[in-house]
Structure formats: C-alpha cells, structure tokens
Ligand binder design. Structure first.
Ligand code: HEC
Length: 96
C-alpha cells in the first residue's frame, strides 16, 4: 500500500514539474516576443498593417524558424537559440 501511495506521489510531482516548466517557457517566450517581435508584429502578435507584418498568433516553432532564416526582415533575429524559438512558439500558442 505504501508503495502505491509513493508511486502516486511521484506521478503527481512529475505532473507538477511538467506544468511549471511549460509555464516558464511561455513566460520566457513572452519576454522575447516583447523585446524582439512586438515592434513589428504588434503587442498582441496581431500584426501591423503599416509595417506589412502579418499576425503570428499560434505560429509553431517551425514557422518561426523558417521566417527567421528566410525573411530579410528578420536579419537581426538570427541569433535566437532553438530554445528561444520553442519558447516563442509556446507563447504564441496561448494567443488566439
Ligand atoms: C523589423 C520588423 C520585424 C520584426 C522585428 C519581426 N518581424 Fe516577423 N515579419 C515581419 C514582416 C514584415 C513579415 C512578413 C513579410 C516577410 O516574411 O518578410 C514577417 C513575417 C513573420 C512570420 C511569417 C508569418 C506568415 O504568416 O508567413 C513569422 C512566423 C514571424 N514573422 C515571426 C517573427 C518573430 C517570432 C519575431 C520575433 C522573434 C519577429 N517575427 C520579428 C517583420 C518583423
């Protein structure tokens, strides 16, 4: 019985750790977005017609990586790490 209970406790802890790190990703992504993307894509990622920048709400890490490596508009963003791109995607996924 004790084993079952400690097993449950371990599972519960893992769930907790998982959700905390996901929340961290989103928070870091939001910081990076505000610092590096909001000027062109708007404070809520809805895009800015005046800058001809589209909405990037819900864009995946793959979309972001592609946009960064192909668009001359993103020349200043080539230094973003894969982690930062994943965090950005986690944040953009929260905007709908
Ligand atoms: C200097 C202005 C500027 C900045 C800064 C900028 N973008 Fe963009 N972005 C654009 C413009 C303009 C386009 C559309 C034209 C193009 O792709 O060249 C675009 C397109 C995109 C696209 C493709 C959207 C689509 O529907 O095809 C993604 C994804 C994207 N940006 C993500 C980002 C992210 C993430 C950041 C911050 C790390 C960022 N951008 C920072 C101007 C900018």
């Amino acid at each position: 019985m004790k084993k079952v209970i400690s097993g449950i406790a371990v599972v519960a802890m893992l769930c907790l750790v998982g959700s905390v790190s996901r929340a961290d990703d989103t928070a870091n992504g939001e910081k990076t977005f505000k610092a590096k993307c909001a000027a062109c894509h708007g404070p809520d990622a809805a895009g800015k017609p005046a800058m001809k920048s589209p909405s990037i709400k819900g864009k995946t890490a793959e979309d972001i990586q592609k946009a960064i490596s192909t668009s001359p508009k993103h020349a200043s963003l080539k230094s973003l790490t894969a982690d930062q791109v994943n965090e950005l995607a986690a944040y953009l996924a929260t905007l709908k």
